[in-house]
Design a protein around this ligand. Structure first.
Ligand SMILES: [Zn+2]
Ligand SMILES: [Zn+2]
Length: 91
């Protein structure tokens, strides 16, 4: 189930663009996919961040391609930081 607030957040994330393109390249509006941040608990409750296909699932440049640890090392930031920044930017 998706609440109205969640839908609104996804709409704003889609408009904002990939958060890593913003943080790493200073580029806004790259069309994103929604990446679920895995914490303990249900996937349906997982927070999401906007990531473009290059930064979401392509080999060697993305969180799924590299794995979270290598991804965080490569870009020098954490998934949780990207979540914080995403939320701050749509306020
Ligand atoms: Zn990106
Ligand atoms: Zn993902």
């Amino acid at each position: 189930m998706t609440t109205k607030a969640e839908k609104e957040q996804m709409r704003k994330f889609a408009e904002l663009g990939c958060i890593l393109c913003i943080e790493h390249l200073g580029k806004y509006g790259t069309p994103p996919e929604m990446h679920h941040i895995r914490r303990s608990g249900k996937r349906s409750n997982a927070p999401v961040i906007p990531l473009c296909p290059t930064h979401h699932r392509f080999p060697n440049t993305s969180i799924h391609g590299l794995g979270r640890r290598a991804f965080e090392l490569k870009f020098g930031l954490t998934e949780e930081y990207l979540l914080e920044r995403s939320l701050a930017l749509i306020k």
